[in-house]
Write a protein that binds this ligand. Structure first.
Ligand code: FMN
Ligand code: ADP
Length: 351
């Protein structure tokens, strides 16, 4: 699968004689069967990269820079499913980003190839030596590997940066072991960000991600009550295992992804201000946990649309109101507060 290079770059035709040069098109591979026959050398960064947080971005940018200095391609190798699911069968860490979003973010940082390795039990059993020899050297022809200083790989996670360096000397590739990014005594990690999201602290998640945490999904039918209350809400069905913020009400940006035709005033591809509710709607003794967005400045038939909600700030917890009127009055105040917060957030970021 190939997607266009970043808009700022020219888009020359792919020529397979470009051995050792940067690739003219961003490529997405699944497994190593898609490595072109005349593949040159590359700078590789390896990891799950869930969230593509600021620490990840630092690593990816170093790989991109090293590749450009060497005049070769930069490759990001990631895994699907999440290694933790295979290593501890049945465990499913909440997902901060879909694979497609991870690819998009890595490409924005300048990565040439986004390579997804199926994380199979066979792959998991590779010894560190075979991992380096068979995958990094024989298949990917690495000139340099950029990883975090705590990187482990191969069977029982027995390989580490030291071992990678030693094997690198033998096979002729360099290793850049990057120290982990930390701020205010917090080391940024996907686990830390999952815990922020889980606790509803979407502002702290934003800080570590370098952008708001996003939940995406298709708009499905709810109970059809929102419109009667004067607050129609787009009910979003996210992929299984998505990291959903704790129950509560949030100020967020709402975007219809894709450019499909839409009747109404919500513009696809443009972000809109929203007040978002996460919870079971206790006022109506609901049971299903939903993520619902009330778009403040638009109106459209959103059913079936693929949309994204970027969580900026938490306003309050989910409450059971004694009357619908009280809920509606509070929703009005939530909408106003969301508007203020989103305007302030833009001013802070100089937009
Ligand atoms: C800004 C906002 C705040 C909300 N706060 C609450 C709340 O505190 N308690 C509650 O029971 N439901 C809350 N809701 C959810 C509403 O009950 C829900 O949107 C409404 O019942 C419509 O549901 P429907 O989309 O399934 O028709 C809130 C919704 C929005 C948009
Ligand atoms: N400003 C808006 N914010 C969210 N959804 C809107 C808006 N305007 C229109 N809609 C549409 O109305 C639907 C929500 O109406 P609602 O009565 O809450 O029904 P449901 O229970 O299916 O969510 C949304 O899915 C969307 O198609």
């Amino acid at each position: 699968m190939r997607s266009p290079r970043r808009p700022s770059s020219p888009e020359p035709k792919v020529t397979h004689s470009d051995r050792g040069r940067r690739l003219p098109l961003v490529q997405r591979w699944r497994g190593l069967d898609e490595v072109p026959a005349d593949w040159g050398r590359c700078v590789l960064t390896i990891g799950v990269f869930d969230g593509v947080h600021r620490g990840h971005a630092q690593l990816i940018s170093r790989a991109v820079k090293a590749a450009s200095e060497r005049g070769i391609a930069s490759v990001l190798m990631t895994f699907d499913p999440h290694p933790a699911e295979v290593v501890r069968a049945g465990s499913h860490p909440a997902q901060l980003t879909t694979l497609a979003r991870r690819a998009e973010l890595a490409e924005e940082l300048g990565i040439d190839v986004f390579c997804v390795m199926p994380f199979t039990p066979e792959f998991m059993k590779l010894t560190p030596e075979r991992y380096v020899h068979e995958i990094l050297v024989e298949r990917l022809h690495v000139a340099e590997v950029v990883v975090g200083e705590n990187f482990t790989f191969g069977r029982k996670a027995a390989g580490n940066v030291d071992l990678l360096r030693k094997t690198g000397e033998r096979f002729g590739f360099a290793v850049d072991g990057v120290s982990l990014l930390a701020e205010h005594a917090v080391t940024f990690s996907s686990t830390y960000i999952r815990s922020c999201v889980d606790a509803g602290d979407v502002a702290a998640a934003s800080e570590a991600l370098g952008r708001p945490h996003r939940v995406e999904g298709v708009v499905v039918h709810g109970d059809g009550r929102g419109r009667q209350l004067g607050f129609p809400t787009a009910n979003i069905a996210p992929p299984m295992y998505s990291a959903i913020p704790a129950d509560g009400v949030y100020a967020a940006w709402f975007t219809v992804l894709g450019a499909g035709p839409l009747t109404g005033t919500v513009v696809p591809g443009e972000r809109h201000q929203a007040a978002v509710s996460v919870g079971t709607n206790p006022t109506f003794s609901g049971r299903t946990r939903t993520v619902e967005a009330f778009v403040l400045d638009g109106e459209a038939d959103l059913y079936g649309q693929h949309v994204a909600v970027d969580f900026v700030e938490r306003l309050r917890g989910m409450e059971k109101f004694d009357s619908v009127d009280e809920l509606v009055a509070q929703m009005g105040r939530d909408a106003e507060r969301s508007r203020e917060i989103l305007i302030e957030a833009d001013l802070r970021h100089g937009e």
